[in-house]
Design a protein around this ligand. Structure first.
Ligand code: COA
Length: 339
């Protein structure tokens, strides 16, 4: 039985039940990843950027199981961004291969179709059941990333110290917990905008923030979701421009493993050790500010060899492929007998 479910008004017990289901899936699909903790999980599931919309559904054996704390069979969500719907579908390992994933996808597609969305996108960890699942419905692989993981207890801190201080003269590095300071926010947003056009071909499944107000909104959204941002910037001293930045978030939901987001070095300032230095300084700062942290994970386009090389020098080890798939809503609706 599939029904719409709204995490904003769910009871605390419902959220706990959902987390237990997610962790049963993690144990099968990504057994080396840390389990989810029920800390700010409601906010993680429901807070989104202004202007976006998110719908969620759950699958239960009997209606109300989630409220009684009985395990649920699956869940689906769709984040509506522009004209693309970003989908997530998870079926409990004990309920797989019985058509429930198909039923959840049918529900998602029916909504996307009724609301006039043209395409659906999904991010899928490589070597999991989700790959043959989405391919069987005609989803096409659009982009490949490599996830890499760095273990802090394996880091060579001496070499890292040399990287952090090995930046050419004329650059100043600044650590900014929570957000870039207001006097740098314009310069920070311009640095992001300057690389916006370097298109690696991905599907834009995450909201991006290339102007100051949008950037402030995106930082506020991260905080509200329990994702604490840390930033290191490189400022070009003669001009005051932000020419490099790196962003990491530490999620309340898995505080032992941080997520490394964007690292950008503005063209014209590449080749001076800026990228390596800002990432190295970030690791020192994380070590002192986040005592529970043991690992950092990051995703890079498979074709982004310079960044993968910097990451390997720091000690990141490639873990698995992370795939973006897309499909036309009209094709899916036809395939699922919805029109
Ligand atoms: C992907 C997933 C949702 C599929 O759910 P499901 O209920 O097992 O899927 P269905 O039974 O509806 O399968 C529909 C079709 O998908 C295909 N399929 C699904 N799983 C498959 C598998 N393991 N191997 C091959 N084909 C598969 C089949 O073609 C199937 O059709 P068929 O039954 O007629 O052969 C489920 O495996 C899952 O939750 N995976 C983990 C998702 C995830 O993101 N994990 C990472 C974070 S925890």
């Amino acid at each position: 039985m599939v029904r719409e479910w709204d995490p904003r008004i769910a009871t605390a017990r419902e959220i706990t039940t959902l987390v237990a289901t997610l962790n049963d899936c993690m144990a099968v699909d990504l057994p080396d990843d840390p389990p989810w903790r029920d800390a700010l999980m409601r906010e993680y599931l429901s807070v989104i950027m202004p202007g976006a919309r998110k719908l969620s559904w759950i699958a239960e054996e009997h209606e109300g199981d989630i409220t009684r704390g009985e395990p649920i069979l699956g869940m689906a969500s769709m984040l509506l961004l522009g004209d693309i719907g970003v989908v997530e579908i998870i079926v409990h390992p004990s309920a797989r291969k019985q058509g429930l994933g198909r039923e959840l996808l049918r529900t998602v597609v029916a909504t996307a179709h009724a609301e006039g969305f043209t395409a659906l996108g999904v991010e899928v960890p490589g070597k999991t059941d989700a790959v043959p699942f989405y391919e069987s419905f005609g989803f096409v692989r659009a982009f490949t990333e490599i996830r890499s993981v760095l273990q802090l207890d394996k880091v060579d801190w001496f070499t890292l110290g040399e990287f952090a201080s090995g930046v050419a003269a004329g650059y100043r590095l600044q650590f900014c917990p929570d957000a870039p300071p207001e006097d740098l926010i314009e310069a920070y947003a311009s640095a992001k905008a300057s690389v916006q056009d370097i298109d690696l071909g991905d599907l834009d499944l995450k909201p991006s923030s290339h102007e100051p107000d949008r950037l402030r909104a995106s930082l506020a959204t991260l905080h509200a979701r329990g994702l604490r941002p840390y930033i290191v910037v490189a400022v070009h001293e003669p001009t005051g421009d932000v020419v490099g930045l790196t962003e990491v978030v530490v999620p309340a939901q898995h505080p032992s493993r941080a997520d490394q987001y964007d690292t950008i070095v503005v063209p014209g300032h590449r080749g001076y050790g800026v990228g390596r230095a800002i990432k190295a300084l970030m690791l020192f700062e994380l070590r002192s500010h986040e005592p529970r942290l043991t690992e950092v994970q990051t995703w890079n386009a498979a074709i982004n060899e310079p960044m993968i090389k910097v990451n390997q020098e720091l000690g990141f080890i490639p873990d698995r492929e992370w795939l973006e798939y897309e499909a036309d809503v009209a094709d899916l609706a036809a395939r699922l007998g919805l029109r």
